[in-house]
Ligand binder design. Structure first.
Ligand SMILES: *[C@@H]1O[C@H](CO)[C@@H](O)[C@H](O)[C@H]1NC(C)=O
Ligand SMILES: *[C@@H]1O[C@H](CO)[C@@H](O)[C@H](O)[C@H]1NC(C)=O
Length: 203
């Protein structure tokens, strides 16, 4: 029989986990509203002259499509929806893991969910591609989860990170922040370089 002390400890751990979640501030959109799961948002650079909205990029006339940016700021680009890892969570919070999926249909068989991809040969930076992580493991589909972190000292400005420690707390990841990488005049997103500060605009 489980001792009352053990049950008490489990309760305490669960209570602390709940508090920790509630402590994470909501990510805010360009109007100061909390980002909701399942709602369309455009992601775009916080500073002008850093390319346009996030979009799907055909890197080399083939599938899968990569995650990148429009060349210039404007109305083009696809919105994304966020799906928090935490079951039942409806608010997108800072420092938490979520899947990010473009609201777009393509001719590729792969899903439009963001996924950590291969290294770009020239720079050795890790690209962000689209597709579902099919790996069935206890740690889950870690390559499909990204965090949104606040850019220090700037309200409403964030950067994206791949570091799925919520999906797998015991895993050791080589975490990386998301920035831009220009390849053949196309703006791709990649880890392991300078960070691209972004804002979220409700579609
Ligand atoms: C694009 O595809 C062609 C044909 O498959 C290949 O020769 C070329 O190296 C590819 N370029 C890049 C940048 O991947
Ligand atoms: C950006 O410009 C390059 C070169 O003209 C082009 O190949 C690419 O498709 C453009 N990207 C987008 C997202 O339109």
């Amino acid at each position: 029989m489980m001792s009352m002390k053990l049950i008490g400890s489990i309760w305490l751990v669960m209570a602390m986990a709940t508090v920790a979640q509630a402590d994470n501030a909501a990510v805010l959109d360009t109007t100061g509203q909390a980002l909701q799961s399942g709602v369309d948002y455009y992601i775009k650079p916080a500073i002008t002259d850093n390319g346009g909205r996030f979009t799907l990029i055909d890197r080399n006339n083939s599938c899968p499509l990569y995650v990148g940016q429009e060349n210039t700021s404007g109305p083009e680009g696809f919105p994304v929806i966020f799906a928090p890892f935490e079951e039942g969570e409806t608010v997108v919070r800072e420092g938490r893991d979520q899947k990010i999926t473009f609201s777009a249909s393509t001719t590729c068989v792969q899903s439009t969910t963001w996924k950590l991809g291969e290294k770009q040969a020239e720079t050795q930076r890790r690209l962000i591609v689209t597709g579902s992580d099919e790996v069935e493991s206890p740690r889950g589909a870690t390559s499909n989860y990204f965090k949104i972190n606040k850019q220090a000292d700037f309200d409403g400005i964030y950067y994206l990170q791949w570091c799925p420690t919520e999906v797998c707390p015991i895993c050791k990841f080589i975490c990386g922040n998301v920035g831009a990488l220009v390849e053949n005049d196309k703006r791709l997103l990649a880890l392991d370089g300078s960070v691209l500060p972004v804002v979220f605009e409700r579609a």
